[in-house]
Write a protein that binds this ligand. Sequence first.
Ligand code: COA
Length: 317
Amino acid sequence: MIYSKIKGCGSYLPEKILTNSDLELTLDTTDEWITSRTGIKKRHIIAKDQLTSDLAFEAAKNAIKDANLQPNDIDLIIVATTTPDKVFPSTACILQKKLKIKECPAFDIQAVCSGFIYALSIADKFIKTNSAKNVLVVGADAMSRITDYSDRSNAILWGDGSGAVILSSSNKEGILSTHIHAQGEYEDLLHVTKKEQAGVFKETIDMRGNQVFKMAVNTLDMIVDETLSSNKLAKEDIDWVVPHQANIRILEATAKKLNMSMDKVIVTIDEQGNTSAASIPLALDYGIKEKKIKSGHLILMEAFGGGFTWGSALIRI
Ligand code: COA
């Protein structure tokens, strides 16, 4: 049996930090409100001269090094992003150029905050069908580029960053299953629209936060059940949850569903905010580097995002 095994991971956060106190200066909000409603204290913001592919490049370099591979060992690149450098070519192709990888298929996946799970799911199929041996899967987003910083209802949430994994073909257990879903009828609850700011039209995020919150909690409940039952596993079998970091209260609801203490949930939202497709690989890299997640552990990744899209991955590390 061929498995996709995580052979290495890496991440990158841009230098600039935007704290809740910084936001208090420009928005009708408080550190207390943001912390209690979201769990977020600060987020990283991409530099003016950086692009999403630059974020992806740093995380990818770290992951390739961690896997003890050379860039040209990579035979497929998938980048999950909502904030590509350009309409075309794909950020994956630009990343390929930056990594100086000579030739391999490279493409982007757009599933917003569920993007990394979608990308992982596709990469797993390539490996299981023997169509690739070493896949670079990146989640990278510059959400600050599409945030309306005059809209307190969601400007407080977003951050920028990137995370990457190398998935390699192995006969040892790795990805046990992935589950992806979408329901486009909810498009309007969380989407990017053109809004006027100081006479200029800009495409920025528009969200019905409360409705998204309720849908996210209920949907993640269902995906936990779906993942466990399709693997005939019990809640207690999970060592770590590595969730998309949207809101600490959503993470707490998932932990409750799993009868798990928050000690078994990787939390980075306080330091990073919601980095969309980057948040799961950032959390994974953090969990591994902090020696929380160890070889042999069973981890559950889950995400929910615009679309709506949602998904999960059950992985033996
Ligand atoms: N500071 C202070 N007050 C704020 C505020 C802010 N930054 N943003 C909203 N408020 C106010 C609202 O105006 C409202 O005031 P009112 O009662 O006088 O009308 C009140 O706080 C409650 O607003 P509501 O939207 O119901 O708050 P909430 O508890 O749902 O929290 C979110 C808002 C955005 C934090 C929360 O809904 C959320 O996290 N939703 C999910 C978002 C998400 O995960 N999105 C991405 C999916 S990947």
